[in-house]
Design a protein around this ligand. Sequence first.
Ligand code: FAD
Length: 455
Amino acid sequence: TPSILWFRRDLRLADQPALIAAAAEGAVIPVYVLDDETPRHRRMGGASRWWLHHSLASLDSSLRARGSRLILRRGRSEEVLAALAAETGAARVHAIRHYEPWWRNAERAVGERLDLVRHDGNYLAPPGSVTSGSGGQYRIFTPFWRALSARMPPPVPLAAPGAIPAPQAWPQSERLEDWGLLPVRPDWAGGFREEWQPGEAGAGDRLEAFAPAAARYEERRNLPAVEGTSRLSPHLHFGEVSPARAWHAAERADGSAGTFLAELGWRDYAANVIRQIPDYAARNGSAKYDAIPWRTGAEADADLRAWQQGRTGYPIVDAGMRQLWASGWMHNRVRMIAASFLVKHLLIDWRAGERWFWDTLVDADYASNAVNWQWVAGTGIDANQWGRIMAPLLQSEKFDTAAYIRRWVPELAALPEPAIHDPESHGARPRNYPAPLIAHRAGRERALAALRTIA
Ligand code: FAD
């Protein structure tokens, strides 16, 4: 009897323990279920759907090269899988464990109807397994990372099988083109196509290109104008490359890639946080911030739109927000600056920013997005403070962003330094570029005043 291989955010054949286990038992029926019902308001955003389309196409062709194929079905995970099992006589479902609250629900529901075997492999260590001496879960990154790195390196990645046993007859599959995952009118994905190659092969290329540069990660990772980071995040999110494989590639390339490895550790940390607090994207980690007097109403809405569109009058913020819109990705340093600007300078609830990122990032990840937003806001369970307010203009100069701003905010391309970081104060603002929504000092004062109201 065949078994079902249930793909979700693990769209790879290498280092795919669920595949290895399924193939060891006999014929394998690989399936991807487009389930928009279980996640409800957390259904995948637009940028992620674009990625998913191409990643599934790539996965199907890799499977076909091994005598297999990808079956596509839509609907509630447990219903679709139960129907498929009945149709094919499959006895078992193999899957990699996921930690988003809706996936945990789906796994429970599938497990009630079918023999679901769950495997680890999407994290360096299974979330929940890294505990303190007394068995407790970590809430703060640094001690978590200390404990996790003591367990590293992760297991050596499993090779992709050369052939995958096929069932005697293939069940029907829906057509990917019918799923409407790609934008039609307007087609906003032009910049995405230039920047990304979704799928396992693209992930492997990205990893190989980056691995030798991991040695210089530490010195270059904060420079948005330089390609100093791996850009693996969407590949890791969709599981096209396992974190264990990324770990081994970076470590092999150079012994001093430790800072990069710690970033992989942040990804594990975020999964551990949402495992402990499933609604972390909806609720302040620290309840005292529930009383922050966030701005609401027409003026705040207009400010939120200006932020989304990259028209805040802060060049580094606008460059980041436009990079996000055009390419589905933003440099980490700029994510921090842009997020801090929304939360502190505009005093807009971090959850509005989290939602925007959810819809626009190709690496939109429930855990990493919520954890980073709460970290920047200072509302989380970690040690960061709300009262720490980034100075966007200083950050912009410090991290040498002029070339980055020129690329993404063409209205400012002709400005020299230092005016390009702060055209308003230098009397150099072109007429087609907006004035700052609020001056830095006024924004800072307003944020601190808001903090005082809850102290
Ligand atoms: P690299 O610097 O090359 O790092 C390697 C990998 O480590 C990344 O691909 C990613 O998987 C992981 N990683 C790095 N930094 C972090 C971090 N701070 N937290 C968690 N994992 C990390 N990352 C996401 O993957 N999805 C998100 O939805 C997301 N939302 C964010 C929201 C905000 C407000 C901020 C400040 C950061 C967010 N990040 C998110 C984290 C980080 O910005 C991206 O992971 C990183 O920019 C991806 O680029 P890279 O692959 O070149 O990273």
